[in-house]
Design a protein around this ligand. Structure first.
Ligand code: BTN
Length: 329
């Protein structure tokens, strides 16, 4: 997309009221004819731009396309702007980013895809990633820390993802501990965080955190029905995937800047988002499964539970999975 088209799109996005051609030509330092041409080009790309001679232009719809131009237009100025890679199709955004990380890519490199051919979930599961309906998004972070100082990171990524969804869709999802985002008892987003260590120092070399959000699906395959849903199915409104991908860049960047200095505040926010707290759950550790009550969140994002015999336990992510008494939630 030409720079001017992108700039015009940025000025029109998020505006309830029309923006005049004169305003835009002044803001961008180009002629009104050039603005008009950019608007015509946006229409040719599938954007719905309403025009009234007196008032100006209003963006009424955007094509449901997840591409670099759309994401950058939605992102605007941002320190990570030059590090955002948007692909039409890839095996897995996490895999792709791990290769970039090994080649020395900087913190804040983000890989986004419209489709994954081998999307990965936790515990070796696959993550369905069809084109045209989801956001498959991974970020590279390089915190200077030992792995044990990053126990809270997965929780924080979940909470930051909730803020991104809230800013674009107007509803804040809950979090099923540790970091599945849920709306109306259905999973709408999964997160897979992977860590690479320096062998000698045992310091973290890099973290790749991958977020997969079901946005505009209208149905799910039989085997996922009952558990998975999309934002569109839960809110009744289609999602602007470019805006959501850009919001994730903003929220995860903010989280990365403050994950140590504001750790307690982040975990309070996470505890507020976490719908598992206060519930009776089943703790699944390998072949062993036992009932417990989820009381709260510990200082590193652990799930604090009490077993029927009164023993208390702090559960770390990775080690166990949590199920509701009657199914997924
Ligand atoms: C889960 O629910 O088990 C985690 C799903 C994580 C999916 C995302 S999509 C972007 C990134 N790339 C992957 O291959 N997986 C993650």
């Amino acid at each position: 997309m030409s720079m001017l088209k992108e700039e015009v799109l940025r000025l029109l996005r998020g505006q309830e009221k029309p923006v005049s051609g004169e305003q835009m030509s002044a803001a961008l330092g180009v002629s009104r004819a050039a603005v008009w041409k950019a608007v015509a080009a946006l229409r040719a790309d599938g954007y719905g731009v309403e025009a009234s001679t007196r008032l100006g232009y209003r963006l009424v719809s955007a094509p449901d396309r997840l591409d670099g131009a759309g994401v950058l237009a939605a992102l605007g100025e941002h320190p990570w702007r030059g590090r955002v890679v948007v692909l039409e199709s890839v095996d897995s955004t996490n895999n792709y980013l791990k290769k970039l990380a090994a080649e020395g890519a900087p913190e804040g490199t983000v890989v986004i895809a419209d489709r994954q051919t081998a999307g990965r979930g936790r515990r070796g599961r696959t993550f369905e990633s069809p084109s045209g309906v989801g956001v498959y998004w991974s970020v590279l972070l390089r915190p200077r820390a030992k792995p044990e100082q990053l126990l809270h990171l997965t929780a924080l990524v979940g909470t930051a993802a909730c803020s991104a969804v809230e800013s674009v869709c107007g509803v804040r999802p809950g979090i099923k501990w540790t970091n599945d985002l849920v709306l109306g008892r259905h999973k709408i987003c999964g997160i897979l965080t992977e860590l690479s260590l320096e062998a000698e120092s045992r310091e973290v070399d890099y973290v790749v955190s991958g977020i997969g959000i079901n946005c505009n699906q209208t149905a799910f395959p039989e085997e996922l029905r009952g558990m998975a849903a999309s934002l569109r199915m839960e809110t009744g409104r289609p999602v602007d995937r470019c805006a959501l991908a850009a919001a994730l860049v903003r929220e995860i960047c903010r989280m990365n800047e403050t994950m140590f200095s504001q750790k307690e505040a982040w975990l309070r926010r996470f505890a507020g988002d976490c719908v598992t707290v206060g519930q009776d759950v089943r703790v699944v550790r390998g072949d062993v499964c036992y009932p417990a009550h989820a009381d709260g969140i510990g200082p590193d994002g652990e799930l604090l539970v009490t077993r029927p015999d009164g023993t208390r336990e702090a559960i770390n992510s990775g080690e166990v999975s949590i199920r509701g008494m009657y199914g997924y939630l």
